[in-house]
Design a protein around this ligand. Sequence first.
Ligand SMILES: NC(=O)c1ccc[n+]([C@@H]2O[C@H](COP(=O)([O-])OP(=O)(O)OC[C@H]3O[C@@H](n4cnc5c(N)ncnc54)[C@H](O)[C@@H]3O)[C@@H](O)[C@H]2O)c1
Length: 369
Amino acid sequence: MRILITLLTSPAYLCSMIFELKQLAVFFEEESLQHLEQVYTQKDYSKVAILCDSNTHEHCLADFLADCPFLPGDQIEILELEPGEDTKSIEVLAQLWDAMGALALDRNSLVINLGGGVICDLGGFAASTFMRGIDFVNFPTSLLAMVDASVGSKTGINFGGYKNRIGLFADPLMVGIIPDFLQSLPADELASGWAEMLKHGLIADFNHYQDLIRRKPKSESLNKELIEHSVSLKAEVVKEDKQEGGRRKILNFGHSVGHALESYYHQAGMAISHGHAVALGMQVELALSATYAGLDSQEASSMIAALKQFYAFPKVEIEAEVFHQLLAGDKKNSGGQLRLVLLAEPGKAVYDVEVPAESIWSSLQDQQQ
Ligand SMILES: NC(=O)c1ccc[n+]([C@@H]2O[C@H](COP(=O)([O-])OP(=O)(O)OC[C@H]3O[C@@H](n4cnc5c(N)ncnc54)[C@H](O)[C@@H]3O)[C@@H](O)[C@H]2O)c1
């Protein structure tokens, strides 16, 4: 077995991290391909459908197929979708179910999601609902999907103007992370994934956050160990609370405001990446953390300033009413109360904090300036 190297060298920590990743069946590099071969040979699959978008088809598919000589060419079907968030829709999902039927996929077929978070979310949902559920695996190709979307069993689509409205928890048989895929990822998409890594640091390991901020969101400063550490922080939380009854909610730091902004800008025709929206959401929620969760206000300001270096608000006026409506649709709210994840201290998040809508709005106004 290959030894995984992390930034944290404590053997006990190292063992627990590897254990958590293995528990969620997350494998890296060559080991992920070996594991896929095992998955494939253990069952007599009738067909293998590889789901990608046109970018991952162009940049990742040939290398992936070359690395998987055990997948017989005559069994493989390629399903290619348009790239982008609009693909995570009920219309595309219906087309995908149709295509899966037309290709005669059956309950003995395997779906390989080869793409970013959109492909992993949509492909996982399509596979786990088609014929009451068929096997799927995730091979994420964007940084965001590697450190976040591919791990943790959340699948789904956007609906009615709301992010991830429809979906279910469904486990991929495995997740294979091959950082080489990042070589073709555009810089703004790398920054998007970087934001989710920063979030993992802010909520669970402040050293990780500081390390990332020092390095800046650039491909040269990213290595397998950083990715692995970020995934393990998520894995540790998910392992404890997969269905998000409690602690898993902390992974939504920056997302209540972030999702509302993402939907808002999307509807306004000024789409920004998911991670960028989360980074803006984190700025607003850090400011609120000083008021509602006891975070030291100077520390909050310095983290906000650090995030602002890389993630700026688009110059577009936000309509209060539309923003409030989007915020109210957030899944984390309860009984009409807006509930946020906030930081009590750097590296420690608290969840279900009730915050009045007016405070969120005024914090957003402050951060936009
Ligand atoms: N399920 C979860 O737990 C979870 C967590 C976080 C985010 N998400 C979801 O993930 C989605 C965002 O994921 P994303 O940022 O990966 O978006 P994405 O899938 O749209 O990918 C971003 C862009 O990068 C391109 N791309 C991906 N890999 C590439 C590569 N190797 N080379 C060149 N281009 C490449 C894609 O074609 C796309 O244009 C959102 O829908 C979000 O809601 C889900």
